[in-house]
Design a protein. Structure first.
Length: 197
């Protein structure tokens, strides 16, 4: 598997751009759409925290285990959220997609399907990943449903696995998609994006 490097990916009115320090104000504005930092089951930056959020993501890139993006609505040029590759393990040709969030007005739109289609296409067809994974909080039922709609398979639950922002410890639900499953999943995602809403 090739090492993920900063790149821009775009389709269907959505562009994924490499995250940069100057995205702080735009990410804070996107998170303010719905005051997403109040959700205990996500890792969205609170007001005044976007610079640190970006610094952590970029450190993950420097350390070789993350590649963060901002999600842009191409029609308006506005940043509407964020996503990234993480837990990149070239030795076993595996990476995960996560840290994904969108402003409230972009939830339940084509944005998530488009982002995941872009990221999975790049992971499987350009980088040569053999497996793409996802993880989410056991109480984040909306995220679990969104991951399952993508065609990912539930691998299981890691109990007492990670801290939430409020200091409680979550169980983590794990999902994955293997390279051999990708062609059928890609066709389904393309179908979903093409059909009238």
């Amino acid at each position: 598997m090739l090492k993920p490097e900063p790149t821009t990916l775009s389709a269907t009115g959505i562009r994924l751009e490499p995250m940069a320090r100057d995205h702080a104000a735009a990410l804070e504005a996107a998170a303010a759409d719905g005051e997403l930092w109040n959700l205990r089951i996500t890792s969205v930056p609170a007001p005044g925290e976007a610079a640190a959020y970006i610094a952590t993501a970029l450190k993950g890139y420097e350390d070789g285990h993350m590649l963060p993006f901002v999600v842009v609505d191409t029609a308006s040029g506005r940043v509407i959220g964020s996503t990234r590759y993480h837990d990149i393990v070239p030795a076993v040709e595996r990476l995960e997609i996560g840290y994904t969030w969108y402003g409230k007005s972009w939830q339940r739109t084509h944005a998530n399907t488009t982002c995941k289609l872009l990221l999975m296409t790049h992971a499987f067809e350009t980088l040569g990943a053999r497996l793409v994974g996802w993880r989410t909080d056991n109480y984040n039922h909306a995220s679990q449903q969104a991951i399952e709609r993508l065609g990912a398979r539930k691998d299981g639950v890691l109990r007492h696995h990670a801290l939430r922002r409020d200091g409680t410890v979550r169980d983590t639900v794990m999902y994955s998609l293997a390279a051999g499953e990708w062609p059928e999943v890609k066709a389904q995602l393309q179908y979903l994006l093409a059909k009238p809403r």
